[in-house]
Design a binder for this molecule. Structure first.
Ligand SMILES: CC(C)(COP(=O)(O)OP(=O)(O)OC[C@H]1O[C@@H](n2cnc3c(N)ncnc32)[C@H](O)[C@@H]1OP(=O)(O)O)[C@@H](O)C(=O)NCCC(=O)NCCS
Length: 184
């Protein structure tokens, strides 16, 4: 399996970050606190601290090394601003070769096609460099922007899962999507 920590697309750097980037990551979450709240699970009490994100980046780097999860941080080439991430989690290989996809951007950068570009490129990386066959994403039905991203990327709608994920303290129904690598 060939993998690296630095990738890019036309307008974006896509990076697996080490703990020394914890301050940039914390700043991203702080300035997007209210924007992301509606779509995120409730966070632990120390979430908005540097030590939390150092620990998290350290743990996630180990997961990356062990092929369990890959979180690509999105950085704009134009001004080096960190504007979000795309995360492929719960990677299971064997005869499954599947994982979950999650994604979030910066409130000041939405509707410029950045997330579509980031997912398009990282799906290709997960298929070609990590050997995945299937990527699953789940979206709350009222999340119109996210549904539009799924549509633009050609994710197939496969079902509807009731009370599927706990989002901001409430068990929310989700629309279930998947995208397949037909080359393997
Ligand atoms: C969902 C999210 C990642 C989208 O990122 P983005 O970079 O704005 O996505 P894109 O620009 O690639 O595409 C957004 C599309 O939604 C469309 N859109 C925006 N507001 C919309 C609305 N109210 N109704 C329908 N479509 C809408 C945009 O016009 C655009 O489509 P277009 O390219 O056809 O014009 C971003 O809004 C975000 O981080 N939201 C909060 C976290 C979140 O919801 N994560 C996903 C959880 S499943």
């Amino acid at each position: 399996m060939f993998k690296q920590t630095r990738y890019d697309s036309e307008r974006l750097y896509l990076r697996i970050l080490k703990p020394r980037y914890a301050q940039e990551v914390l700043d991203y979450y702080k300035r997007n606190h209210s924007f992301l709240n509606e779509w995120e699970p409730a966070h632990p009490r120390d979430f908005y601290t540097l030590s939390y994100h150092k620990r998290k980046l350290y743990n996630e780097y180990n997961m990356f090394k062990n092929d369990l999860q890959v979180r690509f941080w999105i950085i704009k080439k134009e001004d080096n601003k960190l504007i979000g991430n795309v995360c492929y989690s719960n990677i299971v290989m064997g005869n499954f070769k599947s994982c979950f996809l999650g994604y979030k951007l910066d409130k000041d950068e939405i509707n410029k096609g950045y997330m579509t570009e980031a997912i398009e490129r990282t799906v290709e990386i997960m298929f070609d460099n990590f050997g995945l066959h299937r990527i699953e994403a789940n979206v709350v039905p009222r999340n119109d922007r996210s549904l539009r991203v799924m549509e633009k990327l050609g994710f197939e709608q496969e079902g509807f899962s009731k009370r599927y994920l706990e989002i901001n303290g409430k068990w929310e129904d989700h629309i279930h999507f998947a995208f397949y690598n037909d080359r393997i």
